[in-house]
Design a protein around this ligand. Structure first.
Ligand SMILES: *Cc1c(COP(=O)(O)O)cnc(C)c1O
Length: 398
């Protein structure tokens, strides 16, 4: 297959092709269904073909697709105001992707110190296992060799520290430090949550040192953990935050949020984008918020999370030779495997459940936030069948 493909060989998708989606289900051309526990990696937060999103996009596409930020873009002020109303932030810059939101966050932090007369403060402290995207700055921020290899010199100004070592972090803060950048729960790194007291500790450390705190909530944000943003569980607020993924419910969009103070260096013409914050993206982003800000939406996520968590814990208990533990928050759960996670993921797919790999040999479960208890029970039944078959095969091979 790959030999006659005209696509870059950067991905190796399985054979089956999905042609449509509805709610938490994806269908192939023969109408076989899969229960999707990937949400396109935390993107399709409201599932597939959500009526309010479909209607909104159809309506907007008949009015205006693109304008450029040299004009006032319909929906932009409203979406920014709603995001600020719901968070710590006062200012928003819209982009098309998560990596661009991270770039904006890094630029905002450096520019803040530049404008304060401390241009030497450029270093961003990040953590082992982090993932912040695939642009040259974002792979430097993530610091993982597998993403940096062969792409030339690593962009300067990123310092990598061990995960969860407060003393090493304290020692690393110096006269060239601008900010700490962290995911409240490492997503790609293997669903590794940062304890709430550590996030509060980071906030204190940043305040003492006079540096900025940046959260990457690209994966953990937009209701994924049962709060609109994961930082709300900790009580520690950032100065700058990158979001994307679920914000567009499947339409490409990213955003960098900042306090008035942190954004103060981002003056006229200091940053820009052609496509970011376009009319289609703004319409859909506002429609996603219409649904997520409704009474009861986040309670539903928390209830479903409890159920998913119980089911996964039970699966781990039943198959202790194949599975190790469950970790995560809300509908962002990871199961650590004892055999290669890719084998289990393929087996789940065979039985009609889609999951996605993460670092540390973890299988990630991120169903759409609109998933119901009944659908989760169907997921469980399919996983049980898949695991029973796999356990039999593994035992037979011994
Ligand atoms: C997905 C992700 C990114 C990158 O987002 P893109 O839209 O792929 O550029 C950055 N940080 C985290 C935590 C992510 O999960």
């Amino acid at each position: 297959m790959s030999s006659n493909s005209h696509l870059y060989a950067t991905y190796a998708p399985p054979e089956q092709e999905f042609v449509r989606g509805e709610g938490v289900r994806l269908y192939d051309a023969k109408d076989r269904d899969w229960l999707d526990c990937t949400s396109g990696i935390a993107v399709s937060a409201l599932g597939y073909s959500h009526p309010h999103l479909v209607e909104t996009l159809q309506e907007q596409s008949g009015k205006l697709w693109h304008l450029s930020n040299i004009f006032k873009v319909p929906g932009q002020e409203r979406l920014a105001a709603r995001l600020c109303q719901a968070t710590f932030a006062d200012r928003v810059f819209f982009s098309n992707s998560g990596a661009e939101a991270i770039e904006c966050a890094v630029k905002t932090a450096r520019r803040y110190f530049y404008s304060k007369g401390e241009p030497q403060r450029i270093d961003i402290l990040t953590f082992e296992g982090a993932f912040h995207g695939r642009t040259l700055a974002a792979i430097a921020a993530g610091g993982q060799e597998k993403y940096l290899e062969g792409f030339g010199p690593k962009a300067p100004g990123f310092v990598h520290l061990p995960f969860g070592d407060h003393e090493a972090l304290k020692a690393a803060i110096g006269e060239t430090t601008a900010a700490i950048l962290i995911e409240p729960i490492q997503g790609e790194g293997g669903i590794r949550p940062v304890p709430a007291q550590c996030l509060r500790g980071l906030r204190e450390l940043c305040d003492e040192a006079g540096i900025l705190l940046i959260f990457d909530e690209i994966q953990t944000g937009m209701g994924r953990t049962g709060k609109l943003f994961a930082y709300e569980w900790s009580g520690a607020e950032p100065d700058i935050m990158a979001i994307a993924k679920g914000l567009g419910g499947g339409f490409p969009i990213g955003a960098c949020l900042a306090t008035e103070e942190a954004a103060s260096g981002m003056t006229l013409a200091s940053h820009g984008t052609t496509f970011g914050g376009g009319p289609l993206a703004m319409a859909v982003g506002n429609a996603v918020l219409d649904v997520m800000l409704e009474d009861g939406f986040l309670e539903h996520v928390r209830e479903m999370a409890k159920l998913l968590r119980q089911q996964l814990a039970q699966l781990v208990d039943t198959y202790p030779d194949l599975l190790e533990d469950v970790r995560g928050e809300g509908l962002l759960q990871g199961v650590k495997a004892k055999i290669p996670n890719t084998e289990i993921i393929a087996q789940f797919r065979k039985h009609g459940v889609l999951t996605v790999a993460a670092g540390d040999n973890v299988i990630r479960f991120l169903p759409p936030l609109i998933v119901t208890a009944e659908e989760l029970r169907e997921v469980r039944d399919r996983l049980d069948l898949a695991m029973a078959e796999l356990a039999g095969a593994v035992a037979g091979a011994k």
